[in-house]
Each structure stands twice: as structure tokens, then as C-alpha cells.
Design a protein around this ligand. Structure first.
Ligand SMILES: *[C@@H]1O[C@H](CO)[C@@H](O)[C@H](O)[C@H]1NC(C)=O
Ligand SMILES: *[C@@H]1O[C@H](CO)[C@@H](O)[C@H](O)[C@H]1NC(C)=O
Length: 418
């Protein structure tokens, strides 16, 4: 019995890794491939390679389930055209490449980072600012799946469920697709799962489908010269992602924290401008993320009831602002940047400006003699009761830039083996 279960699991793992890494779409009026949803949130990327002899064909489509927002990529006259729409208004259009219907492989990368959409086709790149006010792509629950090469024929009778109904009338893609991958919401790249398809044939000669040489979760990438391993998303390197590198992220369980005594040079650091930047991921609703200060002066970033709270006091009055847009304890990576220019404070989350404001009082300098990341010995006391628990989750790329009268300095925490 045990034997059976174990075998079944192994098969499943291989199947999800390799299945359909290279596939062909027949380009008939019914062909399509449907994948798990892409959740770019405000920062995500999607990439694939295609090969075709057709001048026109639909490459990729997803939308918010029939309202306004969509991503559509297609081959038009031998170029790749991307149309992106968020909210009311005119779609942003990017076009790259020519004579791409030459039956050779071409790579496409679509990146969405805050206000900006970028497309890369082979070696070329183009970026444009999204015109929309609302930068969230619909809602994950109601958003469509990711479609490659075409949409299921049922959509013909359900045009109101599409934000861009004309997409069902586009010529379908005839050709091959390989190495489809996306990054959800600041997360590492991963392969989406094929949920349904029609008119699709997987390529048996695909090098990754034949044999996946990548260890430790490295992603197998099919190339004309064979399979290669992409280890960029994991803490391993080498041809087969077989050599461990120093981890760049640290896990906190509520006990451990990093502290740094800034006064060991003599005086506390006094800064006019500073910038704190880090990534975190957690399921906990409360916890201190970052603190620097000296007595009544401090800059604090914490999670309180799942929202990011920034509190700054330069000695004469406090700026305290929660970022209420959404709950951030969703176990996804989020990037937080807090910029302070004298009394002015700006908070960016996942590349978007979320809050601005100023501290009250006349003081504009922040004095610091200590820095804490992820916790402290007595967080309740340190934060004057604002936060009572240490952080539980993962943190990476924690950096602090300080610009003062006496010079500037940059601090970057490398966690190593903690
Ligand atoms: C991306 O997010 C969607 C929706 O939350 C999920 O279904 C999918 O499995 C995720 N895929 C990857 C590769 O992270
Ligand atoms: C977006 O996510 C990528 C990782 O996928 C990260 O390198 C980049 O810094 C992020 N950008 C922002 C503004 O958070």
C-alpha cells in the first residue's frame, strides 16, 4: 500500500515538471491551452518562447472576468503586439520585432512593475507607463485563467465574460510554444499547470520532457542544444543546480532577530534623508519588521492586523500611517520601501506609492543608535506598545541608506546561515 502511494507521488511531481514544456498548437478554430491563473498583482512577469510560420496569431490572453482589465499578446504581421488595459481608458500598446514568423524560436517576456509595463522580444525591449488609475488586475477569484494560443470555443457564446470580446475572433496561434513560466506577485518564476487544452500536441523530442537534469527545484529550460537548468530562483548554482549557495533570505520564528549597534562608532547616526527597503513574506497578522532609532526618535515598520504600519517620530510629533490597500499576510513576497526626505515620508509597496505624509514639529533629523530587523528583546517596550510581537516569516534584501550632514552610508543585511 505504501509503495503505491509513494509511486503515485513521484509520478505526479515528474508530470507537473515536465509535461508540455514544448508543445504545438494546431491553430484550428478550436485550439487553445488553458493554465492556472497568473497573478501579477503589482509586480509580476510572464515569459515563453514561440515559433511559427503564420503572420498573425493569438499568443496569450487573460482578463478580469469581463470588466475592463486584460493582457493580450499576439503576433500581428510578424511582430509581437502586447495590449494591456487597467480600468477605464485607452489600452497601452507595445509592439516589437519583425519577420518573427520565420519558424525559429523567439522569446517574449512581459513584465509589469507598478505603473510600468515592459515587453522584451529577443534582445529588444520596450517599456510604457500604464495610463490607469486603478492598478490591481481585477480580483483573483473572478479573473480568467491564462490562455495560450486561443480561447475555448464556449467563449463565443459568453462574450460578456471577456474584457476584450474581440479576442475570440482573432486567428489562433499555429506553431510551437516552450518554456512558459510566470512569476506571481514578486515571487520567483514557476511553471503554470496546464488545466485543459484542445488541438495541442506535446513534443516528445523536448529535451526537458525526455530528461530533466535539474536538482533542488531548479527549472528545466529547453533549448535547441538540449536541456539547461535555471537556478536563479533557488539558493543553488552549478549546471544542475547542485551546489548550495548562501541563502539570501532568513526565516524568523518570533524568537530570533537581528540587531545592530550603530553607536559603536561613538555618536548616534543623525540623518536628514533615509531609505529603508526589504522584502517580507508571512501568514502572521502582527509583528515588527524594522526599527531604527534613539529614544524618542524612531522609524518603525511593522505589520498590524495584516496591514503595513509605518511610524516615524523625529522627536517632536509622530507620523503614523497604515497602508490599508490590502492585507499583506498572504504568504506572498511583498517589497516595502520607506523613503524619508527630511519631514516628508513616502511609503511604496510592491512598486506602488501607497502613502505620503509628513511628521509634525520642526525637527527634520532622525537620530539612531540601534537597528532591529524582525524583532527585539522587548518589542512592546521598544515600540511603546504599538507592536507586541516579533516577526514570524521570511525576510530578504533588507537595506538601509542614510544621508546625513556628516556623510552617507549604506547598510545591507546578508543573512547567510543564521
Ligand atoms: C500563481 O497564482 C495562482 C492564483 O493564485 C495559482 O493558482 C498558481 O498556482 C500560482 N502559480 C505559480 C507558479 O506560482
Ligand atoms: C518585483 O519582483 C522582482 C522579483 O520577482 C524583484 O526583483 C523586484 O525588485 C520587484 N520590484 C518591486 C518594485 O518590488
Amino acid at each position: 500500500m505504501w509503495q503505491l502511494i509513494v509511486t503515485a507521488c513521484i509520478c505526479l511531481v515528474l508530470w507537473t515538471n515536465c509535461e508540455g514544456n514544448t508543445f504545438e498548437l494546431e491553430g484550428s478554430t478550436t485550439s487553445f491551452a488553458k493554465y492556472t491563473k497568473w497573478n501579477p498583482c503589482t509586480n509580476g512577469s510572464l515569459k515563453f518562447e514561440f515559433k511559427t510560420e503564420q503572420l498573425n496569431g493569438m499568443l496569450m490572453y487573460l482578463d478580469d472576468g469581463g470588466k475592463l482589465d486584460f493582457f493580450e499578446a499576439k503576433v500581428v504581421g510578424g511582430s509581437v503586439r502586447l495590449r494591456v488595459n487597467f480600468g477605464e481608458g485607452i489600452a497601452t500598446v507595445l509592439t516589437l520585432g519583425e519577420n518573427l514568423h520565420d519558424n525559429r524560436w523567439h522569446s517574449v517576456l512581459i513584465r509589469r512593475d507598478g505603473q510600468e509595463v515592459t515587453m522584451e522580444v529577443d534582445q529588444q525591449q520596450q517599456s510604457k507607463k500604464l495610463r490607469a488609475g486603478n492598478l490591481q488586475l481585477g480580483k483573483m477569484e473572478t479573473n480568467s485563467y491564462l490562455f495560450i494560443g486561443g480561447l475555448p470555443a464556449q467563449y463565443m457564446a459568453r462574450l460578456s465574460e471577456l474584457a476584450l470580446p474581440s479576442v475570440v475572433f482573432e486567428p489562433r496561434f499555429r506553431g510551437s510554444i516552450r518554456n512558459l513560466m510566470y512569476s506571481n506577485c514578486s515571487q520567483p518564476f514557476g511553471r503554470p499547470l496546464l488545466l485543459d487544452s484542445q488541438g495541442v500536441r506535446t513534443n516528445n523530442r523536448d529535451p526537458c520532457a525526455k530528461y530533466d537534469p535539474c536538482l533542488n527545484g531548479g527549472i528545466c529550460v529547453s533549448t535547441d542544444k538540449g536541456a539547461i537548468c535555471d537556478c536563479s530562483q533557488i539558493n543553488f548554482e552549478g549546471d544542475h543546480c547542485d551546489k548550495e549557495t548562501i541563502p539570501s533570505e532568513a526565516t524568523f520564528s518570533g524568537q530570533e532577530y537581528l540587531s545592530y549597534d550603530l553607536s559603536n562608532r561613538g555618536d548616534p547616526i543623525v540623518s536628514k534623508n533615509d531609505e529603508v527597503s526589504f522584502f517580507f513574506k508571512t501568514r502572521q497578522t502582527n509583528g515588527i519588521l524594522f526599527y531604527t532609532g534613539d529614544g524618542s526618535d524612531f522609524l518603525l515598520v511593522a505589520l498590524v492586523d495584516g496591514v503595513i504600519m509605518v511610524s516615524v517620530n523625529l522627536g517632536a510629533g509622530e507620523f503614523q500611517h497604515p497602508v490599508l490597500t490590502e492585507k499583506y499576510n498572504d504568504n506572498q513576497w511583498h517589497h516595502v520601501v520607506v523613503e524619508r526626505r527630511s519631514r516628508e515620508i513616502a511609503i511604496l509597496v510592491d512598486g506602488l506609492l501607497q502613502q505620503t505624509g509628513a511628521t509634525t514639529g520642526v525637527f527634520s533629523m532622525l537620530s539612531s543608535n540601534v537597528l532591529y530587523v524582525g524583532g527585539s528583546a522587548n518589542t512592546f517596550k521598544l515600540t511603546q506598545g504599538k507592536v507586541n510581537s516579533n516577526f514570524r516569516g521570511c525576510l530578504k534584501k533588507v537595506g538601509l541608506d542614510v544621508f546625513g550632514h556628516t556623510g552617507s552610508y549604506h547598510m545591507y543585511c546578508t543573512f547567510g546561515h543564521v
